[in-house]
Design a protein around this ligand. Structure first.
Ligand code: ZN
Length: 499
């Protein structure tokens, strides 16, 4: 479970001859114009009509098929309360269940008790088997797009769940639990061996206990600092091997939870909020040590998926969906080191959703002005965030209504492109060369926002696509899912690509 070191990686690369594979394809290869799409759209509208539209309206050449998730965000129809799209079934799907939308081949799941994952939303419909032949005949690539979202009522999942600070089972799975690593490897192996896919993209929109305790994300004001994760026996064992005392971490996080709850109740300490949080971190360095422990568990999952997929088929593309919180929280951004991703990535889908970004950033600023940045108003936290994260936007009162700009898309794209590029002083490993992951920004098309908040218009899509490509991206991924996109906005992506 240890993180793949650079040296080990170089050996792996050398042994498998990966150096000549996916990341080093000639630059003459076409741009990747991807779209995220769930099984529900192919069932509702038919495979051929959907692919026809993708090619005709937006020049799509890569499908990111939502193949596994228990979240409706990427695999359901529309979210209740949002305007219905102008295609597909004009209704919601309140019964959405989720799971594996391809066929599950049980022989791969021997090392995990989580194996009953066959989705039941579209009985008898295997989304990969149904889409692959037609996609292939059109020269469209197919990527399995699977994410780290579960439900509590699955057989065998209790053995894999994280444990919270207060000792409860969480709905999330622990990366330091061998069965969790085995599960992701099983699913990856199932996809790569069972289907002639071009690649996989895995996403984990999660962070460690420190960021969660602070509420350092959009929606963070609802986070409960007593339920942060993970404090299971596997994590404690891993901590011990690193010389971290689990009880000290638990004591530190318990004190942190009290401070967060007092901050939200506006009980300002005599020395102010920031100094009090910083003092706690000095007294309990185990707080950050545990945060790092969690993050390295997530990173080991990336490395393990990469290694496994490449060991089966070296030309399979492997990449990651990077959570939107990367744009907001500097604490989370510091953990998403693009240079590190070079060790185990062919591509990165960096989420740069600008329209809903305003609403989400405002939510982040409001949350943070109630914890570690409690000495500042939410508007001041927003100003600080713009400076630290190096982009600009509207003030807090207007941010949700205006959204973020195409300039934000350009800046975040450029930062990623620079981040994955080889460092000028870098000496190449003897037995291989690290590839430079391609940057394919996630483009926001009709991602839900609240009433009176920014809705996507065709000009927004044209500007965002042009901004991403103009800033050096080698492609884009239209997001979150075709089923919630309005057709004029989808066509606008095609218009931007034509010139
Ligand atoms: Zn754990």
């Amino acid at each position: 479970m240890s993180e793949l070191s650079r040296r080990e990686f170089a050996k792996l690369v050398g042994a498998a001859g990966i150096a000549s594979s996916f990341p080093q394809q000639p630059q003459t290869s076409r741009r990747t114009i991807g779209i995220q799409v769930g099984a529900v759209s192919f069932v509702d509208e038919g495979v051929e009509p959907v692919l026809d539209r993708f090619q005709r309206d937006a020049g799509i050449n890569a499908l990111f098929v939502a193949s596994f998730t228990y979240g409706r965000g990427i695999a359901g129809r529309q979210v209740p309360g949002q305007p219905l799209p102008d295609h597909g079934k004009q209704e919601y799907d309140p019964e959405f269940h989720g799971g594996n939308f391809a066929r599950t081949h049980e022989q791969y799941y021997a090392r995990t008790s989580l194996k009953k994952i066959q989705g039941s939303d579209h009985p008898g419909f295997d989304v990969l088997a149904s889409v692959l032949p037609q996609a292939r005949s059109r020269g469209m690539k197919v990527f399995c797009w699977y994410e780290d979202v579960f439900r509590r009522d699955l057989e065998g999942i209790d053995r894999l769940q994280e444990v919270t600070l207060s000792g409860k089972k969480a709905s999330t799975l622990c990366f330091h639990n061998p069965e969790v690593q085995a599960f992701w490897q099983a699913l990856t192996e199932d996809y790569v061996r069972s289907y002639a896919i071009d690649g996989v993209m895995w996403g984990s929109e999660r962070q460690g206990p420190f960021g969660n305790a602070l509420g350092a994300m959009h929606g963070g004001a609802r986070s409960n600092p007593l339920e942060v994760t993970c404090f299971c026996d596997f994590c404690k064992r891993e901590a011990k091997s690193r010389g971290i005392e689990a009880q000290r971490a638990i004591d530190g996080y318990t004190k942190l939870a009290s401070l967060v709850l007092e901050s939200r109740a506006e009980k300002r300490p005599a020395d102010g909020y920031f100094v009090s949080y910083w003092r706690l971190l000095l007294k309990y360095p185990e707080i950050l040590a545990w945060e790092k422990l969690w993050t390295e568990g997530q990173q080991s999952t990336y490395a393990n998926i990469y290694q496994l997929a490449k060991s089966i088929r070296r030309d399979v593309g492997v990449g990651w969906h990077i959570w939107h919180n990367n744009s907001f929280s500097p604490f989370y951004r510091a953990e998403q080191d693009y240079a590190e991703f070079r060790k185990y990535s062919d591509f990165l889908k960096v989420v740069i959703y600008n329209n809903c970004g305003g609403t989400r950033l405002a939510s982040y600023a409001n949350s943070m002005s109630r914890t570690i940045l409690g000495d500042f108003s939410a508007d001041e936290v927003l100003g600080l965030t713009y400076k630290v994260q190096d982009y600009q936007g509207a003030n807090l009162a207007e941010l949700g209504r205006k959204g973020l700009s195409a300039d934000y898309v350009a800046r975040e794209t450029r930062r990623a492109v620079i981040g994955v590029a080889p460092h000028p002083d870098e000496s190449a490993p003897a037995s291989g060369t690290l590839g430079t992951p391609k940057i394919w920004p996630g483009i926001d098309i009709d991602i839900p926002t609240g009433q009176d908040e920014k809705k996507t218009e065709p000009q927004d899509v044209r500007d965002a696509v042009r901004a991403a490509l103009g800033a050096g991206a080698e492609g884009v991924i239209l997001s979150r899912k075709y089923s919630e996109m309005r057709l004029a906005n989808l066509r606008a992506a095609g218009e931007a690509l034509r010139g």
